[in-house]
Design a protein around this ligand. Structure first.
Ligand code: NAD
Length: 354
């Protein structure tokens, strides 16, 4: 059955993958609420933006009045909440926006949803879903163990980013327990893939290498992350919002634990093959790797046990790290226009034409 899904943060990296997936592969109608911060890019949605099933709302999730207007106009059957400040380094330099968007914004969205949901008739009320999209970083650090994060792992966030996400997860669960709002929570590992903002590790390394610039690696590069191809995440999220059991949490991961240095070396080796015409002065891309002072509070290892979503909903990732990273490097080589406009800042002009 077709739903009307209100996605927040749909102009971001993962949100845009969710919106593209919904419009291209399902019959659901999509409303996209996005404030278009530096991380929001309408040019990631050009392939679907003229679809009659797609509606865009340039709205801040902290604005209760504007949210209420969108709910009454779009009349969603489900909300997928991805809008957030998402970059750990930025949260260390300036935590205030993370508290505002990730905590106050989630609270404001929950209240707008509750106001709308409580006035629905009984059938629509029980069919309604609020899906909160979160991160494995809420679980903290697995340094020195072979453990995996399960849905029962206690929360122990390390950074202002992960603490603000942990806080928002608690709010969502409380709104389910206290008010009966039909919520679902997912906690996912590091994503990578097309349309990733160049401040994040993988696109940053690809673009710096193509420009012959240093490839900065924190500390000794031994930090381990579990990498998931963004389109696999988008499929998992749509499956959870349509088939997941209310009140449950699902961990989502790629079974792809890699040390940061391995990730950077893999990108260098793929570029040797796919972009052999190197910038002046570069003989091999690996020579550009530069170790820099580690990030404060840097977690050593994250790894997800994604067996519950596999067992209960039958979701498994389609990409291995090797296939996904190859596709990603190829995408950046084939989509210069997209990232050149991000680097120059011109992508922000698209908001004027919305
Ligand atoms: P992103 O930074 O690429 O995108 C965030 C989007 O939210 C942007 O389009 C931005 O304009 C929008 N936004 C920010 N503040 C807003 C506000 N106040 N009102 C409305 N819109 C606002 O983030 P992402 O990497 O796509 O992550 C999406 C979600 O998934 C986040 O909640 C993040 O915590 C979570 N997550 C991310 C990863 C990852 O590896 N990127 C992994 C697990 C979970």
């Amino acid at each position: 059955m077709s739903s009307r899904i209100l996605v927040t943060g749909g102009a971001g990296f993962i949100g845009s993958a969710v919106v593209r997936h919904l419009i291209q592969n399902t019959t659901h109608v999509v409303g996209n609420i996005d404030q278009l911060t530096y991380a929001g890019n309408l040019e990631s949605l050009t392939s679907i933006s003229s679809s009659p099933s797609y509606h865009f709302y340039h709205v801040d999730i902290c604005d209760a009045v504007a949210l209420s207007r969108v709910f009454n106009e779009f009349r969603p059957t489900a909300v997928m909440h991805l809008a957030a400040e998402s970059h750990v380094d930025r949260s260390i330099d300036g935590p205030a926006e993370f508290i505002q968007t990730n905590i106050v914004g989630t609270y404001t969205l929950l209240e707008a949803t509750r106001n709308y949901w409580s006035n629905l008739d009984a059938d629509k009320k029980s069919a309604f879903r609020f899906h909160h999209i979160s991160t494995d970083e809420v679980y903290g650090d697995l340094e020195g163990t072979d453990d995996l994060f399960t849905e029962d792992t206690p929360y122990a966030p390390s950074s202002p980013y992960s603490a603000s996400k942990a806080s928002s997860d608690h709010l969502v669960r409380a709104w389910q327990r206290t008010y009966g709002l039909p919520t679902l929570v997912t906690n996912c590992s590091n994503n990578y893939g097309p349309y990733h903002f160049p401040e994040k590790l993988i696109p940053h390394v690809i673009l710096n290498a193509l420009a012959g610039k240093p490839l900065p690696v924190y500390g000794d590069g031994s930090q381990i992350r579990d990498w998931l191809y963004v389109e696999d995440h988008a499929r998992a999220l749509v499956q959870v919002v349509t088939e997941g059991v209310v009140g449950k949490t699902y961990n989502i991961g790629g079974h792809n634990e890699k040390r940061n240095i391995e990730v950077v070396q893999t990108i260098c080796d793929l570029l040797e093959e796919l972009a052999p015409n190197k910038p002046a002065g570069v003989s091999i891309y690996r020579d550009l790797i530069t170790f820099v002072k580690d990030r404060p509070g840097h977690d050593a290892r994250y790894a997800i046990d994604a067996s519950k979503i596999q067992r209960e909903l039958g979701w498994v990732p389609q990409e291995t790290f090797e296939t996904g990273i190859r596709k990603t490097v190829a995408w950046y080589l084939e989509n210069r226009d997209w990232w050149e406009r991000v680097l120059s800042g011109d992508y922000r002009l698209t908001r004027l034409g919305e």
